[in-house]
Design a protein around this ligand. Structure first.
Ligand SMILES: *Cc1c(COP(=O)(O)O)cnc(C)c1O
Length: 381
């Protein structure tokens, strides 16, 4: 039996150890632990990389979303549209600023917000939309931006899982409009050794506002024109990220290679015919460097097979995850919104039928073969 973890950061760290230790030492010698030069360097890199004029380093991806909503002045009485099938952050942040999360169903092929569902949810109180680029692939931004422009909505991209992802013609996530939010949680495309996040924008006023809100809205120190919070990024995390940033494109390339290899192995084992479906890349033929960054590799099986398949793989040393078992509209904390099962059937089916297979840049072909062999074994038993 060969063990295949869902993520292995050890291999990556072995290669980078020396550089990272030196970067950490530099910070210790500087005694500048909060914000400072390392954070500014990272901000410049992420701004350029995501085709934006400004980037503001913050304490996490969640705080990036929260501070973006605050910068847009969204609060009580406002509605913000987002997806019910995602990590909790966007919906949670909308509620935390006092606004109402309004869910609309997903496209079953990409698991991202379905723009054709979005328009119906718009009311006179709708102020913004937060599309999520789930699993590393862009939401349908051209359609979402067009609807948003027509209704005067602000757009905040939750690009936590998709740093580096592109859509035609060569746009990077985060740069579409309004504000883009990234996370440096260790499992993301660019992961820190702790928490971290970034807000990107090309609007100088919004950038300035996010900068102010990041430090309790104070300017000058101890004078507060705005109520903000402590949303600062550590210099140590920024120093680690500055080392890792140079490898980001290579890592995304490797993720894509491994996704392609899975596809080949699936075809060889005829797994799709047996009911185990591969993820779809919508802009596969568009000549983009990386349309889908495969932060997660999500397969889909009939509901009755999903949990038994997961148990079977686990017993053979293959670690899998379920992203996400309960859609957001059915979470206990959102009971006050009054939703019931059946409200968003595509999100609910996805929650019951999807499984994340191991995929990370350092994954070996042997490991991929064992995963696919273990799946094939499930279908032949
Ligand atoms: C990880 C993630 C976040 C939150 O990022 P943190 O840095 O963990 O706060 C937000 N949205 C999505 C879709 C994520 O996957």
């Amino acid at each position: 039996m060969i063990n295949v973890p869902s993520l292995n950061l050890k291999a990556q760290h072995e290669i980078l150890q020396q550089e990272i230790l030196e970067a950490i030492e530099r910070v210790i010698r500087s005694q500048r632990f909060i914000l400072g030069e390392e954070v500014e360097m990272l901000e410049e890199r992420i701004a350029a990389y995501s085709q934006c004029r400004y980037a503001v380093g913050v304490s996490s991806g969640t705080d990036a979303l929260l501070v973006s909503l605050m910068a847009l002045g969204i609060g009580w009485g406002d509605e913000v549209i987002t997806t019910p099938y995602s990590f909790f952050s966007a919906a949670g942040s909308i509620a935390r600023v006092g606004a109402k999360p309004v869910f609309t169903d997903i496209d079953p092929c990409t698991y991202n917000l379905d723009p054709s569902q979005m328009e119906r949810a718009i009311t006179s109180r709708t102020k913004a939309v937060i599309p999520v680029h789930l699993f590393g692939q862009c939401a349908d931004m051209p359609a979402i931006l067009e609807i948003s422009r027509r209704h005067g909505l602000k757009v905040i991209e939750d690009a936590a899982q998709a740093l580096g992802a592109e859509y035609p013609p060569s746009r990077r996530v985060g740069s579409s409009a309004g504000l883009g939010c990234f996370s440096f949680y260790p499992t993301k495309n660019l992961g820190a050794m702790g928490d971290g996040g970034m807000v990107v924008t090309s609007d100088p006023d919004l950038a300035q506002k996010v900068r102010l809100l990041r430090v309790h809205g104070s300017q000058p120190k101890y004078y507060h024109p705005l109520i903000g919070g402590n949303f600062r990024l550590d210099a140590l995390q920024a120093a680690v990220l500055n080392v890792k940033f140079r490898y980001l494109d290579e890592w995304i390339r490797k993720r894509r290679e491994r996704a392609r290899h899975y596809k080949k192995l699936f075809q060889g084992a005829r797994l799709e015919e047996k009911g185990c479906r591969l993820p779809k890349e919508i802009h596969a033929g568009a000549g983009l460097a990386h349309g889908h960054t495969f932060n997660q590799f999500i397969v889909r099986v009939p509901q009755r097979e999903r949990d038994p398949l997961r148990t079977h793989l686990g017993a053979r040393g293959v670690q899998t995850e379920i992203y996400y078992p309960l859609p957001l509209h059915l979470q206990e904390c959102f009971a006050y919104l009054g939703h019931k099962a059946g409200d968003f059937p595509q999100a609910e089916s996805a929650a019951r039928e999807t499984l994340a297979l191991p995929l990370f840049p350092e994954m070996t072909q042997d490991q991929q073969e064992s995963v696919v062999e273990a799946i094939a074994e499930f279908y032949s038993s």
